[in-house]
Design a protein around this ligand. Structure first.
Ligand code: AHR
Length: 327
């Protein structure tokens, strides 16, 4: 059972708002529409394979393309923006029907997105939004990362009765989920003067770097005062759990842990009592992305923003929920 539901309302609102403006439904839809009847070709630039979430996201996109008979030209950027920019330019040269991408960081996309727009190729943004004007893409399908940060903080404030020394493991510097989750988390902390972040460091959304950062936290005198951890994703939390155990402490008890994503590994850690709560970030967005691709190619209007429906799960529901997890 999900502890918080409410994104349905947000999603409907986003759809309603997005549908109202004709001006927003642009970015070269005609180019793709003209090719209808032929096999659709989509170029997709993925960030990498840094986390369990990302692997599930790639699988959802690849399998959905195959199911619909859409040709997917997939490029893995290995978490480097320059690789993504190269891939996007190569998709322009290949004259694909639609370009899809998940930007690793928010900034620095203006020039290449203008090249895509000038080439008349529609862009669908997946998962993370780039810092460009809305006229540069057709639609953005992904989670509300600020709300995820708020949900993590609300859960922690309740669990800690409004008093905690918190360690924070941030995601990739400059990425939308790292910026927005921190923003949402801190917004809620301002309502709880007894809750403070005592140390904060990036773990780049990976298990190995999450572990390293946690080891460094636990070696510092300030870090040893901490009784809570907020990790921007489950993989970093799972790495941190290892570091906490190696330091002779009990994760989930000496240090209360909340993270984001909802991967199976997080549910297993909750069942083992080592992780306390995971805020869901749903990577299974292949069906929504390819609904959007087909709509764009058919020249149909799309909302500018589509928010994914998500919940919050803690130890009390972990065992019941585990069999339902798809990633
Ligand atoms: O953009 C979504 C985030 O990216 C996920 O939370 C994280 O696990 C992934 O690497």
């Amino acid at each position: 059972m999900k502890l918080h539901l409410g994104m349905m309302v947000a999603a409907s609102l986003a759809l309603a708002v997005g549908c109202s403006g004709g001006k927003d439904q642009d970015a070269g839809q005609e180019g793709a529409g003209a090719k209808s009847g032929k096999k659709i070709v989509v170029g997709f630039s993925q960030i990498g394979a840094e986390s369990g979430w990302r692997t599930a996201n790639t699988e959802s996109i690849k399998s959905e393309a195959a199911k619909r008979g859409i040709e997917l030209r997939f490029s893995d950027a290995q978490q480097k923006q320059e690789n993504q920019i190269k891939a996007l330019r190569s998709f322009i040269a290949q004259k694909v029907d639609v370009i899809m991408f998940s930007p690793v960081v928010e900034a620095g996309w203006g020039p290449v997105m203008k090249e895509i727009k000038d080439a008349g190729i529609p862009v669908i943004v997946a998962d993370r939004r780039p810092d460009v004007g809305e006229d540069m893409y057709v639609t953005f399908i992904g989670s509300d990362f600020v709300e995820e940060g708020r949900r993590a903080a609300r859960w922690l404030a309740k669990k800690m009765n409004g008093k905690a020394n918190i360690l924070e493991l941030q995601g990739t510097p400059g990425s939308a989920p790292a910026i927005d989750r921190k923003k949402g988390f801190e917004e809620v902390l301002r309502e709880h003067p007894g809750m403070k972040i005592v140390l904060s460091q990036s773990g780049d959304f990976t298990r190995a770097k999450g572990k390293e950062a946690m080891e460094a936290f636990l070696k510092s005198p300030v870090g040893r005062t901490a009784n809570a951890l907020f990790a921007h994703n489950d993989d970093m939390a799972l790495g941190a759990i290892q570091a906490i155990e190696e330091a002779g402490l009990k994760p989930g008890k000496d240090i209360i842990i909340v993270s984001i994503d909802g991967v199976r590994g997080a549910f297993e850690a909750m069942i083992a009592g080592k992780l306390n709560c995971t805020v869901e970030c749903n990577p299974i967005i292949g069906p929504q992305l390819f609904d959007a691709v087909e709509a764009v190619v058919a020249g149909k209007p799309l909302p500018k923003r589509i928010v994914v429906d998500e919940g919050v799960f803690d130890q009390s529901v972990a065992a019941k929920e585990l069999p339902n997890r798809k990633y």
